[in-house]
Design a protein around this ligand. Sequence first.
Ligand SMILES: [Zn+2]
Length: 335
Amino acid sequence: MSAIPSSLIQELRPKILERRLRLEAAARNVSAEYVQDLLTQVDAALERIDKGGYGLCETCHDPIEEDRLRRDPLLRMCLDHLSQAEMRAHEQDLDLAMQIQTKLLPPRDVSQGAWQVHYRYQPAGVVGGDYCEIAAMGEDGQLFFTVGDVAGKGVAASLLMAHLSAIFRSLLALNLPLTEVISRANRLFCESTPATHYATLVAGRTTESGVELCNAGHCRPLLLRRDRIERLEATGLPLGLFCGSRHAIRSIEMEPGESLVVYTDGVTEAEDLEGRAFEEDRLIESLRAQAGRDAAATIDGVLQDVERFRGTGRLSDDMTLLMIRRHDRGSGSSL
Ligand SMILES: [Zn+2]
């Protein structure tokens, strides 16, 4: 029979004791029966720690999921053995998280001036830790776009993603230069999250004749020139690691018809049934095969290639793929 790591028990024991103190302090103002019921649960958890069996499911005796125990150290059942009522509550929470996340994502097609942007966001679970934003920036109608990846997975990562989204939306309203947006976002993210939490991302804004780009430790964006594909290296550290880190911005000229592709590692690290990764080379090959198609058809075509490559394997990480294209000369400015 496997057990809960003793380090986790050492981490949770003081939290359970703190709950006990709070319950005693609250006993004067809250109904006695309610407090007594909670006290019984707290004492039962402490007893399980002392006598053994803490953190193990009472039905199957397997360890309860660690992230769930951290959120609620009094849990007695693993996810597989929740009661029907608990299961319904769990599903409702996930459903709500998904609705919140869906509202945070930008429209899938944005066309402004000489630019067309299209992206696809595919979480591995109900919610994801990838981040994507497309928004108007500044007074001259330039576009801001970003694709990021928050450390971790699931609901916890989706909350960090929501946090990052709020930071960027507030900053974008201030009409700052891109470099200032990134360094302020980094500082705010750093100061408001634990040190273990960070995000890699590529952020850019359109200019008269191309884009300004910042890559904070994220996978290399690909620049689709008319005659070749260029890989663009990272220019800085991930967001949230060091409050004072600086992020260089590079300017890239883009001819009409040329595109930039930004994605998360869920795409290049998608595995086939033998455990081989899709890799950047296959992504480039797939992009070459879509030549001549518009941004939406290109993104869909690449994701179909990833799907075919993966076969029936489970999606293990969130996937986001964004393409920004400078319109061919003479084509209209809206989709
Ligand atoms: Zn169980």
